[in-house]
Each structure stands twice: as C-alpha cells, then as structure tokens.
Design a protein around this ligand. Sequence first.
Ligand code: NAD
Length: 257
Amino acid sequence: MDPSISQLAEWINHSNRTVILTGAGLSTESGIPDFRSPGGIWDRYNPEDFDYRNFMTRESAREKYWQMATEMYRTLKPAQPNPAHLAIAELERLGKLDAVITQNIDGLHLKAGNSKEMVIEIHGSALSVTCQGCGQVYDRDEIQRRLQEGLKVPYCDACGKPLKPSTISFGQAMPERETREAFRRASLADLFMVIGSSLVVHPAAALPGEAKRHKARLVIINRDPTPIDQLADLILRGQAGSIMAAVIEEVKKGQSA
Ligand code: NAD
C-alpha cells in the first residue's frame, strides 16, 4: 500500500470537517474532457466566445455560444460518475464529509449520490437553463429539444430575454451565496482536499489558501503540478479514480479497526 494513501485515510478518519474541492480532472474518467489538457476546449474554441458581455449584446455571439454549449452537452448528459465521484459520495454516507465544493457543471456529484445540501456548485450547473432577464429556470432537455427543432437561440417564454445554461461564463458574476458558503466551509475545514483541479481559475483557486490560513491540512490529488503545490501537506500524483478508490477502502478499514 502506498504510504500516502494510508496517511490520507488516517487524516480523513481523524478529521471533524473534511472539505473537498473538485475540478474538471475529476470527471475526465467519466468521459468529459477538461479544458486545459491537449484536445480540451481551449484547443478548439476562443475563450472570447464564452464571454458574458458578448453573449448579452450580440445575437451572433449567442448563436455561437449555443452551438458550443450543445456540443458539450452531448458529452455531458450521458456521462456517469466514476470511482472518484463514488468515493466522495461514500465519504458522505460514512459521515466523513462536511462539503464538496465543485467547479464542475456536470451534476456528477449528485448523480453519484451526494445530497444536494452537501454539494456547492460554484460555477453553476449545465443541467438547467436560466433566463438572463427574469431568472426563470428551465430544464436543459426541454431547451435542447427546441434547438433540435431548428431554433438557433432560445428566449424566455415569460419575458423574452435570452436563455443561457445555468453556468458561470467569463465576465459573469459568481453566484453570491455559493461563493460565500465555499469560503466559509474552507475556513472551517480541518482537512481540505483538492481533486482534479489545475487551481488556476479564481476564485476557486483561492480556497486552498483560505483553508491553510485557518490551519487546515491541505491535500492535492492531481495528475499535473499546480501553482500551489508548495502549500500542500500531501500530494498524490495520478488518476483521481484509482487514488480515491484506494483511499475509500483504507478509510473503511480504519473505521472497522
Ligand atoms: P482544468 O481543465 O483547468 O484542469 C484540470 C486538471 O485536472 C489538470 O490539472 C489535470 O492535470 C487534472 N486531471 C485531468 N484528468 C485527471 C484525472 N483523471 N485524475 C487527476 N487529475 C486529472 O480544470 P478546472 O481547474 O476545473 O478548471 C476548468 C474550468 O472549466 C472549471 O471552472 C469548470 O467550471 C469548467 N469545466 C467543467 C467541466 C465539468 O463540469 N466536467 C469540464 C471542463 C471544464
């Protein structure tokens, strides 16, 4: 057994508040590409195409946005949780999780069995659509059906303003309640784990520092190095699925010992 795995399992079993931050790397083993690895979205699209101001001011930008969003949704909708999501759901069942803060918009923590109260989606969810005028929320499948029937840009039935997936675009304000809650949970954590995030997207990238300032242990599980590796108490380099599957086994052994 890799000593880092046993060490992490022991820390989890002794922790009163374990908070986990997850990023796109958690879902690559579910078939959803991350953004920054080769072949990711930034190899194919210009980040400006996702800019909120462009979306709100230009019909052509909205049309392009919905083309890209539809392409991504085809991959995202059928995706199933992988062993890393399942291990995090198991931590909740074992009473060993305080919160999971996710940058992901794929809904896979909920599909894996984590409860709604446990999951803080700081970048929103692609499984619903929100009116940018009155805030009315629509089911994503319903809107995708309209697009499939030939509509290029969907508008709100109630107020006529543009509809956009309920995710946070560049230039769009972060959701206030979720962001505040994420920082609060990070500040209260005694163990803060980052899984599958490049830790370059803010404000999520500031959460580990917030946890550390309040004396939490910091663990980073990621395939590639991150800019804050030097802050970590433990780094596990590799695939999140196999690492988390091994960690959860050790946690359970520790609990039954
Ligand atoms: P990122 O794309 O910047 O980085 C992903 C990180 O995960 C990389 O450092 C990579 O080394 C690592 N990684 C990839 N596969 C891994 C694996 N199997 N095991 C362990 N590590 C692995 O991702 P980010 O930091 O989350 O930021 C990207 C932004 O894009 C986020 O804000 C998120 O909202 C969005 N996004 C979401 C999804 C999703 O919902 N699944 C997918 C792509 C992008």
